[in-house]
Ligand binder design. Sequence first.
Ligand code: NDP
Length: 248
Amino acid sequence: MTNLDGKIALVTGASSGIGAATAMKLAAAGVKVGIAARRVERLEDLKSRIEAAGGEALVIEMDVVDPASVEAGVQSLVDAYGAIDILVNNAGLMPLSDIDQFKVDEWHRMVDVNIKGLLNTTAAVLPQMIRQHSGHVFNLSSIAGRKVFKGLSVYCATKHAVAAFSDGLRMEIGAKHNIRVTCIQPGAVATELYDQITDPGYRQQMDDLASQMTFLQGGDIGDTIVFAAQAPAHVNVAELFVLPVEQG
Ligand code: NDP
């Protein structure tokens, strides 16, 4: 039994990686989890694993880029459980490339999912939290939201935007509506994020990095989120920068 027992969460990008692991961790802490993404079969599998471990989950098909899909998904969670206490804005992608390759479609997809998608879910969930006069929003930024890396210019721009928005969100809604905001900035985590890199040079670079250090696991970030969510109600863990030891 934890102080999260019976709370309700929405986790976006729950079909793999950090989102799936975070949903498992939250469910293990007693949270009823709305697991949202586009690949429903993956979510059904996660739901089975959560239930097998004694937890509770609701599968929500959601494309965070589409405000109507987000609204419908959020409504289905409220209809099922009556509240939303925790939002984990996790959906994101990171196709690396140099700017002069002009992979403009990939730039747009990153802006659409990493920034606009996060804004869509925030806009859909906040009114519910404001009505409750309580809530906790977790935004997945990155080490790339603190530093800029070659080949990650657009990704870094999106993750800096997430960090900036998290700060502003906390300042505007924290005290006024009793809503906590935590910006999570992981270093390298072993997930499917790197599978979408279409540039062979950068793909190789990420494979080399993985052979040089022990990456974090998604569950390490899930533990971090549970830690901040479990803090006493007057404590807002505003930022968490979590790295593999060998990432320096
Ligand atoms: P994964 O590729 O494993 O997971 C990404 C998730 O985002 C998937 O569940 C995917 O679901 C979802 N997603 C993508 N597009 C959409 C969309 N349009 N609508 C809804 N869901 C979508 O990557 P990670 O777990 O690593 O990434 C999670 C977050 O963590 C991202 O924001 C990433 O930037 C951040 N991060 C990751 C780090 C790492 O090293 N892995 C480091 C720092 C931050 P589906 O395709 O089913 O819709």
